[in-house]
Design a protein around this ligand. Structure first.
Ligand SMILES: *[C@@H]1O[C@H](CO)[C@@H](O)[C@H](O)[C@H]1NC(C)=O
Ligand SMILES: *[C@@H]1O[C@H](CO)[C@@H](O)[C@H](O)[C@H]1NC(C)=O
Ligand SMILES: *[C@@H]1O[C@H](CO)[C@@H](O)[C@H](O)[C@H]1NC(C)=O
Ligand SMILES: *[C@@H]1O[C@H](CO)[C@@H](O)[C@H](O)[C@H]1NC(C)=O
Ligand SMILES: *[C@@H]1O[C@H](CO)[C@@H](O)[C@H](O)[C@H]1NC(C)=O
Ligand SMILES: *[C@@H]1O[C@H](CO)[C@@H](O)[C@H](O)[C@H]1NC(C)=O
Ligand SMILES: *[C@@H]1O[C@H](CO)[C@@H](O)[C@H](O)[C@H]1NC(C)=O
Ligand SMILES: *[C@@H]1O[C@H](CO)[C@@H](O)[C@H](O)[C@H]1NC(C)=O
Length: 604
């Protein structure tokens, strides 16, 4: 028990600090620390934080832009979400939009934790994000998100709701000053509206849904509209009813994890915790999966990307480059079309959400995207095949006292197929989800060193056909590598030195094909970070963080490459390219794969 890491854990658990990227005010986490306030430099420029991502591909038309909300988020914790009335952009010179972009811009100054927040339009979540941690001299950051897939909602007046649970007191002074703007980009050439309804082309499969239903909690609420999943048996359910002329359905799931499960991939198994009397440490091992059920039967799963929020692991790593996904958390699509036959009856049905091995707390909600048959009042459907066996999970462990080694693996697949008869014909849809998970965790030096090496792979395939012809196929393969080395060194003078080496990757290959053509894209996005912190009590009294990021996106239409690094709040180098140079990309692919293998990351 003399080890510094344990004392650090326990001393932190005694504190009563507001929780970062979380709503829980009464607990804190081993990685959750506060920085000693820095002196405010006179006339110092404000720092611009950013997440590395490719720019949104925009039409060349002039956008019509509207400020939807301007609000200062001071003490907002446990208050109702901030509301605003959204009205469609009737003053715009065109009403035919090919792209709609949400822009979040915020400034903050002083001291504050990172806070999770959500933006909803009449209950449909359109952005899940985390705030940046400010500094005394002030910061600013902007998030742009393509919200074209919610076009059908944006055609009518809606209520915009934003929940950002902030706490402001004498110590945590940071108030978030926020603007939300929508940019509407008219189409370059008028979009062919008959094509959409023609029975032959079924182009509706590639356009945004005709209706998006919220699968979230209803207002009024003194919280976000997300459901809270607090433990492994907790199932949160929502009733819904769909129009009887639906012919396609996709459930988009939003997920974030906090408090005891913020770093779920570092949680040791309960046996280790019990054997070592570490009862305040979060446990249940490192495997988590979000399970989605429809009327009690499992229809899909999510193996989520390990988003690290702006105060996570070592807050100094994320200034000004922030963690992958932290400003715009990914959402996950589950094809529901094969199950339409079960829910086209005009009755209420229920989606349920649970998280295997969950500890308090996961924030989950979803949007049901529906495509409607404008030529029929009713469609009909039948589920042909559905298998969703339990995941295969295995744990190999060996530990003696506080030192040990654990390998957790899991895999799962969910298959479904079904037909829907609409004015487009009798379309059969096949859907397959496949997942694999591997986590190795090593504790050394009496748990003063922890090394986690994890890889998540997720594959989603959807294929739709008429009896005699193919309609479309979409496939995505994601691979999320994570390596985290963390060590605490006790210099024996009452402070601790905490070291972290991190490697975090988000890789995705997408392929889609329809009669009108095929497209494919590949994304390799990797961050390597090194951080050190001197900690006294719960204060980081010194330290340094540096992060390098390589981002390479390549598709038949557009390319984007970025090689950027930051250290001690300063960008060291930043190289950007947006031209598709196949030859140089091939050379780059080699350099990248070498870089990735050197930093212990694989690619597909
Ligand atoms: C928000 O918009 C207002 C009005 O355009 C502007 O004065 C203010 O500086 C903006 N604030 C932020 C954080 O961008
Ligand atoms: C799990 O969470 C639910 C919802 O808060 C609660 O009702 C239930 O008692 C909890 N179960 C356990 C075993 O703690
Ligand atoms: C854990 O606590 C129990 C009872 O308090 C004690 O008997 C046991 O020796 C402790 N084990 C360790 C490893 O400290
Ligand atoms: C402890 O030692 C480290 C490294 O020598 C130093 O940076 C830190 O300020 C010292 N802490 C105290 C409380 O003396
Ligand atoms: C952590 O990263 C630094 C800098 O890249 C490197 O020198 C060190 O060997 C790494 N440590 C481990 C344990 O990976
Ligand atoms: C990224 O930039 C750094 C500094 O210019 C350079 O050393 C490195 O080779 C670059 N990496 C790639 C993959 O281009
Ligand atoms: C970090 O940058 C500041 C200036 O912004 C400088 O005063 C400080 O010495 C730097 N720290 C390190 C460890 O380089
Ligand atoms: C991480 O695990 C993968 C296998 O899943 C292995 O290929 C890789 O070498 C490991 N990385 C390190 C740094 O141990």
């Amino acid at each position: 028990m003399g080890s510094s890491l344990l004392i650090l854990f326990f001393s932190l658990f005694l504190l009563h600090l507001p929780f970062a990227c979380n709503a829980n005010l009464h607990k804190t986490h081993r990685f959750r620390l506060d920085l000693r306030p820095q002196p405010s430099l006179k006339d110092a420029p404000i720092t611009r934080y950013f997440e590395v991502t490719k720019p949104i591909e925009l039409p060349k038309t002039k956008p019509c832009s509207y400020l939807i909300l301007q609000h200062d988020f001071g003490y907002t914790y446990t208050l109702p979400p901030v509301l605003a009335n959204y009205t469609p952009p009737s003053n715009c010179y065109s009403q035919d939009f090919s792209k709609i972009v949400l822009e979040w811009t915020a400034t903050c100054k002083g001291r504050q934790f990172d806070r999770i927040f959500g933006v909803w339009l009449s209950g449909v979540e359109i952005l899940r994000s985390c705030t940046a941690e400010p500094r005394a001299t002030g910061i600013v950051w902007t998030v742009k998100k393509d919200i074209t897939r919610y076009s059908s909602l944006l055609k009518n007046p809606q209520t915009l709701a934003v929940y950002l649970g902030n706490v402001v007191d004498q110590t945590y002074t940071g108030i978030y000053h926020v603007n939300i703007t929508f940019h509407f980009y008219p189409a370059e050439v008028p979009q062919n509206t008959h094509k959409r309804n023609s029975a032959n082309s079924v182009s509706g499969f590639v356009s945004p849904a005709d209706l998006v239903l919220p699968i979230s909690r209803n207002l009024p609420l003194n919280d976000g509209l997300w459901f809270l999943i607090e433990n492994s048996t907790d199932v949160q359910k929502k009733e819904f009813k769909i129009p009887q002329n639906s012919y396609r359905a996709v459930l988009e799931v939003y997920v974030s994890f906090h408090s005891d499960d913020e770093f779920w991939y570092t949680n040791p198994p309960n046996e280790y915790i019990e054997a070592n009397n570490l009862t305040d440490l979060p446990g249940n091992g490192p495997f988590r999966e979000v399970v989605v059920s429809l009327d009690e039967s499992v229809v899909g799963a999510v193996y989520p990307f390990t988003v690290i929020y702006t105060g996570g692991v070592n807050p100094l790593l994320w200034r000004p480059i922030t963690g992958i996904g932290s400003f715009n958390l990914p959402s996950y699509d589950i094809e529901i079309t094969p199950f339409l036959g079960k829910i086209l009856d005009g009755d209420n049905h229920k989606f349920g959400f649970s998280v295997t091995n969950a500890l308090d707390v996961w924030y989950i909600d979803a949007n049901l995207h529906l495509w409607l048959d404008s030529n029929r009042e009713r469609t009909e459907g039948k589920l042909l095949r559905h298998t969703s066996p339990r995941p295969q999970v295995s744990l190999v462990q060996h530990f003696k006292g506080l030192n040990g080694f654990f390998i957790t693996t899991a895999s799962r697949s969910i298959l479904s197929s079904g037909w829907v008869k609409s004015s487009h014909g009798m379309i059969t849809t096949y859907s397959v989800q496949g997942f694999s998970f591997r986590n190795s965790m090593e504790m050394k030096d009496n748990f003063n060193v922890q090394i986690v090496n994890q890889t998540i792979e997720a594959c989603n395939r959807v294929f739709a056909k008429l009896p005699s012809s193919f309609i479309y196929s979409v496939e995505s393969k994601q691979k999320f590598p994570l390596y985290l080395y963390s060590a605490n060194v006790d210099p024996g003078n009452g402070s601790f030195l905490s070291l972290a080496n991190l490697s975090l990757g988000f890789n995705e290959d997408r392929f889609s094909g329809a009669k009108s053509g095929f497209s494919s894209s590949s994304l390799r996005n990797l961050q390597n970070g090194q951080g050190s912190m001197f900690i006294e009590g719960n204060l980081v009294v010194g330290g340094l963080g540096s992060t390098e990021q390589l981002y390479a996106y390549d598709s038949s239409k557009e390319c984007y490459f970025r090689n950027v690094s930051s250290k001690n709040y300063t960008v060291l180098y930043d190289e950007k390219r947006d031209i598709c140079d196949k030859k140089s990309l091939r050379g780059l692919g080699f350099r990248l794969s070498r870089w990735w293998s050197l930093s212990a990351r694989g690619s597909f």
